[in-house]
Design a protein around this ligand. Structure first.
Ligand SMILES: Cc1cc2nc3c(=O)[nH]c(=O)nc-3n(C[C@H](O)[C@H](O)[C@H](O)COP(=O)(O)OP(=O)(O)OC[C@H]3O[C@@H](n4cnc5c(N)ncnc54)[C@H](O)[C@@H]3O)c2cc1C
Length: 216
C-alpha cells in the first residue's frame, strides 16, 4: 500500500441523494440551477436536470460505441442528515421523509415519487492528504488521496485538476525537459497542497448543513 497512514475519517454525517422524473407537477420546484430549502435542522437541495439532448440519443449521435441509459429530465435532490440520527432499516426515501414532517405536500411527493434505484444513503467520509510517501513509479489522484465532503462541490473538479497537472508533468518528462522522478514528485507536492485545501474547504462548509457534525 502506498500510503497506509492516510485513512478515511467518518464525519458521522449522512447524505441521501436521489432523483425523481421531472413531471409538470415538479417543474416549478427547481427553476434555477439549484436551490436549498432549510427546515428542522436539515436542508433539502434541489436541482433540475434538463437535457438538451437525452443521453441515449446523444450517445447514438456522437459516440455509437457508447451505451448510455434511456433517461429523461429529472429533479436531483439531496439531504444532509445530522450525526447520531437513527436511520436503521430506513430506505433512503424514508430517511428523508422522516425529517420532512409538516413540509409542503409537493416537496414530500417529490421524494415519494423518486426512482428507488437511483436513490442512495451515503456516509460522508473524507480523506486528507497528510504525510508524503517517497515518490516513485506509482502515484495517486482524485478521491483516492483527497476525498472531500459533498458540501464543497469540489471533489470532481479537484480530481480533474490532478489529471491535468500530472499530464503536464509527464509530458515534460517525456519531452526530456525534466526527469520522470522529479516530474512525479512535483505533481505530488502541488497536489498535496491544493488537495488538502480542497478537503479543508469542503469541511468548513459542512456545519452550515449539519451543525452537530464532528469535524476531523
Ligand atoms: C453523491 C455524490 C455527489 C457528488 N457531487 C459532486 C459535485 O457536485 N461536484 C464535484 O466536484 N464533485 C462531486 N462529487 C465527488 C466526485 O464524484 C468525486 O470527487 C470524483 O468522482 C472523484 O473522481 P475519481 O476519478 O478520483 O474517483 P471515481 O469517480 O470514484 O472513479 C474511480 C473509478 O475506479 C473504479 N475502481 C475502483 N476500484 C477498482 C478496481 N479495483 N479495479 C478497477 N476499477 C476500479 C470505480 O468503479 C470508479 O469508476 C460527488 C460525489 C458523490 C458520491
Amino acid at each position: 500500500m502506498l500510503a497506509p497512514q492516510i485513512t478515511p475519517t467518518d464525519t458521522g454525517v449522512r447524505f441521501v441523494i436521489g432523483r425523481t422524473p421531472l413531471t409538470d407537477e415538479f417543474a416549478g420546484l427547481s427553476k434555477a440551477f439549484g436551490s436549498k430549502i432549510a427546515g428542522d435542522g436539515v436542508s433539502l437541495l434541489l436541482g433540475a436536470m434538463r437535457f438538451r439532448t437525452p443521453p441515449k440519443q446523444a450517445a447514438e449521435q456522437l459516440a455509437p460505441d457508447v451505451t448510455l441509459p434511456d433517461i429523461g429530465d429529472y429533479v436531483r435532490w439531496a439531504m444532509i442528515l445530522p450525526p447520531n440520527g437513527s436511520l436503521q432499516d430506513l430506505t433512503p426515501q424514508d430517511a428523508v421523509l422522516s425529517r420532512m414532517h409538516g413540509w409542503h405536500p409537493q416537496l414530500r411527493a417529490l421524494i415519494e415519487q423518486a426512482d428507488p434505484d437511483n436513490s442512495t444513503l451515503l456516509s460522508i467520509r473524507v480523506v486528507e492528504p497528510r504525510e508524503r510517501w517517497a515518490s516513485g513509479p506509482v502515484t495517486l489522484l482524485g478521491d483516492a488521496i483527497h476525498a472531500t465532503s459533498p458540501t464543497g462541490g469540489n471533489g470532481a473538479n479537484t480530481a480533474l485538476r490532478d489529471a491535468d497537472l500530472l499530464r503536464r508533468c509527464l509530458i515534460e518528462a517525456n519531452e526530456g525537459r525534466r526527469d520522470l522522478g522529479g516530474a512525479v514528485d512535483d505533481y505530488e507536492r502541488q497536489m498535496f497542497e491544493y488537495g488538502a485545501e480542497a478537503v479543508r474547504s469542503s469541511l468548513e462548509k459542512l456545519p452550515a448543513f449539519a451543525p452537530e457534525a464532528k469535524l476531523p
